[in-house]
Design a protein around this ligand. Structure first.
Ligand SMILES: NC(=O)c1ccc[n+]([C@@H]2O[C@H](COP(=O)([O-])OP(=O)(O)OC[C@H]3O[C@@H](n4cnc5c(N)ncnc54)[C@H](OP(=O)(O)O)[C@@H]3O)[C@@H](O)[C@H]2O)c1
Length: 270
């Protein structure tokens, strides 16, 4: 869905709020971003709504993804929480609505039912999942009557997500990245600079190109115009198979940022 609609590069908005969020989002829109990734948990949907209202862009010009947290996983809370998101964002619907997390290793199906209700009620055009392991991806695929347009997960060169990638092939649920530059950790590896020199790009662009070249759509956050511009400008060059492999080899680092210590409600990862 993100690739098909030309929204394979999204501006990620966590942890930005208030003025910082508004200034970064205005810059992101100015450099060309049209896809925006937010979530109820980020507490920035109202600030995003204000920027969109002020801009000259029409609703159809932007592609908004938001997410429902596990705290809203109940018959009473789920749909009202989505309506609050829409009210904050000042839109009639979002383009993609995700369940932000599975309920640990518990049954994912009730939350997927409420997610599907949100689509049936016209509150979102598409639905998807986030932070699902491969078992949960298979359950979701079997359970849902609508296509799941993404599983948004931690994805960067320092973590091995090949099990999820294989499950994408099996289920047809594409992956989207978060922590795409491992919050800066990737820059301590010289291989990116070396490859970047060859293409006259930056290390970050090489990292993001490695992600997108695998059919994984990108969510990346920056507060700086120069970085936003670079992160958006990753379609004009292609890495060779050898370069792709030399970067993939770094996943031995097994560097997971969003782990159980940070998110105690995480499921058992692959
Ligand atoms: N689904 C989930 O559970 C989940 C979890 C986490 C994040 N997300 C989403 O994914 C988005 C991206 O993840 P993230 O923000 O956590 O991690 P990230 O994009 O890997 O890292 C953001 C950090 O990298 C720096 N950076 C970005 N581009 C750079 C560049 N070209 N050169 C140098 N430094 C650069 C930024 O600093 P500067 O501002 O200085 O450029 C920022 O501090 C989030 O904003 C959010 O929308 C989703």
């Amino acid at each position: 869905m993100y690739f098909e609609t030309g929204h394979e590069r999204a501006f990620g908005t966590f942890p930005l709020k208030g003025d910082d969020l508004q200034s970064a989002l205005e810059t992101a829109l100015d450099v060309g971003y049209r896809a925006i990734d937010t979530a109820q948990m980020y507490a920035n949907e109202a600030a995003i709504g204000e920027v969109l209202q002020r801009s000259t862009l029409q609703r159809n010009d932007v592609f908004i993804t938001s997410k429902v947290p596990t705290s809203e996983f109940s018959e009473e809370k789920f749909i009202p929480s989505v309506k609050q998101s829409l009210s904050d964002l000042q839109v009639d619907d979002v383009d993609v609505l995700l369940v932000h997390w599975p309920p640990g290793d518990d049954d994912v199906r009730p939350s997927l039912d409420w997610l599907q209700q949100a689509k049936q009620q016209g509150l979102t055009k598409h639905i998807g999942i986030s932070n699902y392991n491969s078992i949960q991806m298979r359950t979701a695929k079997a359970h849902c009557q609508y296509p799941l347009v993404t599983n948004q997960v931690e994805f960067h060169p320092l973590i091995d997500q090949s099990t999820l990638q294989n499950t994408t092939k099996e289920t047809g649920i594409p992956l989207a990245s978060y922590c795409s530059v491992a919050r800066g950790k990737v820059f301590s590896y010289p291989v990116f600079e070396k490859i970047a020199d060859k293409y006259n790009v930056t290390a970050a662009q090489v990292v993001l190109r490695w992600i997108i070249q695998q059919g994984v759509s990108i969510n990346a956050m920056s507060t700086k115009r120069e970085n936003l511009k670079a992160n958006f400008d990753v379609l004009g060059f292609a890495l060779t198979e050898d370069e792709m492999q030399s970067i993939t080899a770094l996943n031995q680092a097994a560097y997971r940022i969003v782990d159980k210590a940070l998110v105690p409600w995480a499921p058992t990862w692959d």
